[in-house]
Ligand binder design. Structure first.
Ligand SMILES: [Zn+2]
Length: 136
């Protein structure tokens, strides 16, 4: 059992209250009639499946019933941040993937990976502060 931070309820809740809804930030083509079959098919059917940092849309089904986004590490299951719909992640998948590659190659920079066990996961205080700061 672990806990997920809902950015609307502003508290950690049990994971059983949430449902994953797939990849986040998928933009619908501006003019579906004008885009190619390949572009439309890509929009409808193809999703990223990275080994590492992934932005996902989740639903707080047994709570506020609102959609929000999670930045999650698909290997360690660590949730790096949660943020409301319409907001941008402060943790970028491309940036972290680059850092992780650097760490694997034995450089000094390293990525914090969640330690196992029953810990509450969700947006860190620093990430929350920066998100709230961006809204002000
Ligand atoms: Zn909620």
């Amino acid at each position: 059992m672990f806990h997920i931070y809902c950015p609307y309820c502003e508290e950690h809740r049990e994971e059983e209250e949430f449902h994953p809804k797939g990849q986040a930030h998928i933009a619908r083509p501006e003019d579906p009639d004008a885009c190619s079959d390949e572009a439309w098919g890509d929009y409808l059917f193809f999703r990223d499946n990275p080994r590492g940092i992934h932005h996902e849309m989740w639903l707080h089904a047994v709570g506020c019933r609102k959609f929000f986004n999670i930045t999650r590490h698909t290997v360690s299951y660590e949730i790096l941040e949660t943020y409301k719909m319409g907001e941008q992640p402060t943790v970028g998948a491309e940036h972290l993937a680059r850092e992780e590659k650097t760490a694997r190659e034995g450089k000094t920079d390293s990525v914090q990976v969640a330690e196992g066990g029953q810990q509450a996961v969700g947006a860190s205080d620093a990430a929350l502060a920066s998100v709230k700061g961006a809204q002000a």
